[in-house]
Design a protein around this ligand. Structure first.
Ligand code: ATP
Ligand code: MG
Length: 222
């Protein structure tokens, strides 16, 4: 669970999430952006926190959002929303469980549907890169305004790279002072190698001079 100061600083967080939301809405005028992957270079940079805040913010703003926890290495959306359930996306991918059986409703926003990971398989990359997964996301894009996917760190594993080829755009979270420039370059190279569409970067855990607490910043790639 996050420290108190992190949640106390809601105006800074809200502002950065609002900016990210606006960038998503205006990112593509011809083809609407329908799916978004959130990743980072290293573990613990704030992917899940930002994924959840963004999803709730957009849902509270009236959009129909689906959040999928695709971090099959370290699932944590359930922990952050205080839901313990063994059912999730892997049940659908492996056991033919239906979509309605794996979706849970968020308590904060009625417009937000959440899918947890389900049981962790021995072959996460294979499952995430399956045709069934791709079909599932494309079908969800037709039902929801935006599908937001939480993922493992892209600097260490290929899962995020694989997912980035299925979604419309990828957002990279960078925790200030935690990720080395060379590590970040490897992540960007990995994502560029699969021609991921990098929408922008969220700078997390940024020490604000004004209020001496942590916050967020958002920069689009332009
Ligand atoms: N802006 C912030 N200020 C302070 N703490 C933060 C901030 N963002 C996230 N945290 C804390 O950092 C930790 C990691 O956050 P989170 O689980 O969202 O990261 P993650 O990138 O999803 O991690 P993992 O790679 O393990 O999935 C959590 O304890 C979270 O509460
Ligand atoms: Mg996480």
């Amino acid at each position: 669970m996050a420290s108190k100061s992190y949640y106390d600083n809601t105006s800074v967080i809200d502002e950065a999430i609002r900016t990210l939301r606006t960038n998503i809405s205006f990112s593509s005028t011809d083809n609407k952006l329908k799916s978004l992957l959130i990743t980072s270079t290293n573990p613990n940079e704030g992917k899940t926190s930002i994924t959840l805040m963004l999803a709730r913010s957009m849902a509270l703003n009236g959009q129909k959002i689906l959040l999928i926890d695709c971090d099959l290495r370290n699932p944590s959306v359930g922990k952050q929303i205080n839901v313990t359930s063994d059912i999730g996306i892997t049940n659908f991918l492996v056991q033919n469980t239906t979509q309605s059986e794996i979706v849970i409703k968020d308590e904060v926003s009625y417009n937000l549907d959440i899918i947890l990971t389900g049981p962790i398989p021995p072959n996460p990359s294979e499952l995430l890169g399956s045709q069934k997964m791709e079909n599932f996301i494309h079908k969800a894009e037709e039902i929801y305004d935006l599908v937001i996917i939480d993922s493992p760190p892209a600097g260490l594993l290929t899962d995020a790279q694989i997912l980035s080829t299925i979604v419309d755009a990828t957002v990279l979270v960078i925790a200030q002072g935690e990720t080395k420039r060379e590590e970040l370059q490897v992540t960007l190279q990995n994502l560029n190698n699969v021609e991921a569409n990098i929408l922008g970067i969220v700078f997390n855990k940024v020490k604000s001079k004004k209020n001496k607490s942590y916050g967020y910043g958002y920069h689009s790639k332009e």
